[in-house]
Design a protein around this ligand. Sequence first.
Ligand code: FAD
Length: 315
Amino acid sequence: MKVIDHILKTSEPTFSCEVVPSFLDKSEKILFETIQTLKLEDPKWINVMTYSSRTLYRNKTENSEEKIIGKNHLYALEICGAIQNRLKIDAVAHILCRGYTREETKDALIKLHGIGINNILALRGDGLDDESSNTEVQHINHYAADLVKQVHDFKMERSTNKNSNPQTLDFCIGVAGYPEKHFEASSLDQDIHYLKQKIQSGAEYVVTQMFFNNEKYFSFVQSCRSAGIKVPIVPGIKLVKSYDQAKKLSKNFHFSLPPNLAEELFANQSHASEIGLNWTVKQCEELLQKGVPGLHFYVMNDAPQIVKIVKKLRG
Ligand code: FAD
């Protein structure tokens, strides 16, 4: 089922998650344990993060360990296939501009179609664009809106070809939004202007970057509506478990940490997990009361705590 249908056709706000696959030993086992734990609360969909650069990973055979440089997205697609087909949860594959040519993106779309996935989150990605810098300009997507357009055009091209089945390539496209603006944008208004381009290019919903101050989200949604963005905007939620982690996340993901949360975490470091959990419950309660379309959790290693939070919210 498409994410947009989950959002629009379910009477309750949706519960969804993002997981991060890694090539490291044992990580696959841990990842699937994480997803099995999340499954207890019936997530409507699970996003699988991917990286923009080539990633080093280890392939362990019986007698040796081989180091391989591989493209992370192929591995992420495999994980998506397992979530979709083995665990029977709708998987959302992240596809990126950075690190991938348009041809590689087209291949990824065909692979996704082959493994029964019709949900994607289209992103620009970060980091050095080392490979695409050697690639002719027409072979790369620069911004997420270009990527959305490529996916949308590919879908339309296939649907007008009478030899292909249009249903099968009917991707539902989501994009990222930033309640506290993307760090490169000169203003929130400018960022929202480009967010609108992503929607006009064919995206059907937005998932936000993590935030801890609900007012930032409400005001962002209002500005989006004033700018003519009508699609659902699903808030991205992250649980924090220590003062240091909260500070690091706020620096890396460019959001403001509410001073009262920072102070409480700092002053009660031995109870920081409990403080973080209570904060997330309160934050989610307010979001739900004000009618958000769903809650999207950035899970990392926190599946048991996320399940506890969702249970609590559901009463
Ligand atoms: P864009 O929408 O392309 O915007 C990037 C910047 O360019 C913004 O400042 C925007 O205002 C500006 N801009 C847009 N269009 C134009 C234009 N035409 N001209 C000038 N400026 C323009 N990263 C990963 O590597 N892997 C992941 O799996 C991943 N998952 C994510 C999931 C979510 C929900 C979110 C919120 C982020 C995720 N990211 C991921 C991070 C994301 O790749 C970065 O935040 C990246 O810097 C921007 O991506 P974007 O898709 O928002 O880019």
